[in-house]
Write a protein that binds this ligand. Structure first.
Ligand SMILES: [Zn+2]
Ligand SMILES: [Zn+2]
Length: 305
């Protein structure tokens, strides 16, 4: 996947505060998709067990399917492709990422171990892995995040062609991770959630918090900046979490959701200043510490309709 340069220039022009974020992360998005396109798809097991799927158990949780995520083809190609793109986007991390890339290219076993620690949610163990192998902690955390995302994205792309039974959960039906974003699409404004790890998208109720299940409209406020009303943060007063989202009914452009998210840094930061926690931030537990209910100063607020 190559994102048209003109689109990037336009987004940077319209979102000057986010130009440096686009510059840093677009090479990683492109490398992740290009890697999945260049490799044979992973071998998927038979479709999900209908009963456990209907009870909310994701089809391909990484802890149960390490071999699907981390096959030979992926492990031999990913460190060079993904970490080289990371170095391009983030020159400040050049030295740690270069050290990590060279280490992982020589040792596929350790590469698999590091990515699996991330996929199974053990961030402390990811950091400990770095200490054990003399790698800079910042480079290891950043590198593991994007290698794991690339592995999961490749699995989700392969899974996209499979017909899955209905799914009503707030977690990703493919990998079981929390969503990080949402989009309202189509004339009806159907809500789609996007997985924070594999980027799979699934339809979900507009009036339910995917993290805690809260369904009382008064506790599901929407926040937006006046100048960009189609870019919103969908918050939950019960669990203190929020998702960034776009209402694509407001504009016809078919811009990838992930690119739009990179442009929403000001709203993202304001939400965290208010004490809300990103929905997919596992490190902070399931409840935002200081989530407040009152109307914020710099944000417009309205209830979910
Ligand atoms: Zn997922
Ligand atoms: Zn909630």
């Amino acid at each position: 996947m190559s994102i048209p340069k003109e689109l990037l220039r336009r987004l940077a022009r319209e979102h000057p505060h986010s130009a440096h974020i686009l510059k840093a992360f677009v090479p990683l998005l492109e490398a992740r998709e290009a890697l999945a396109e260049s490799l044979p798809p992973p071998e998927l097991p038979a479709g999900p067990d209908a009963l456990s799927f209907s009870q909310g158990k994701a089809w391909l949780a990484a802890g149960d399917h390490a071999d699907v995520y981390l096959d030979e083809a992926f492990l031999s190609a990913a460190p060079a492709k993904i970490l080289t793109a990371a170095i391009k986007g983030l020159p400040d991390l050049k030295m740690p990422l270069r050290g990590l890339r060279d280490f992982l290219k020589k040792d596929e076993g350790e590469c698999a171990k590091l990515i699996m620690l991330y996929l199974t949610g053990s961030m402390n163990k990811v950091k400990a892995w770095g200490g054990k192998h003399g790698q800079d902690c910042r480079g290891v955390v950043f590198g593991a995040t994007h290698l794991a995302s690339a592995a999961a994205r490749r699995v989700a792309r392969a899974a996209a062609s499979c017909a899955l039974p209905p799914w009503r959960g707030g977690l990703c039906p493919i990998c079981g991770s929390l969503p990080h974003a949402s989009a309202l699409r189509g004339r009806e404004g159907k809500r789609w959630l996007q997985c924070s790890l594999c980027r799979h998208e699934w339809a979900f109720s507009r009036t339910v918090c995917p993290v805690c299940g809260q369904d009382s409209p008064k506790d599901l406020p929407l926040f937006f900046l006046e100048q960009n009303r189609w870019e919103r943060a969908e918050a939950c007063n019960q669990c203190g979490r929020y998702l960034l989202g776009v209402d694509t009914r407001e504009f016809a452009d078919d811009i990838p959701l992930e690119l739009l998210l990179l442009c929403m840094m000001p709203l993202d930061m304001l939400m965290q200043e208010k004490g809300f926690v990103p929905a997919a931030d596992e490190a902070q537990g399931r409840r935002g510490k200081n989530a407040r209910k009152q109307k914020p100063d710099a944000l417009q607020q309205e209830r979910l309709r």
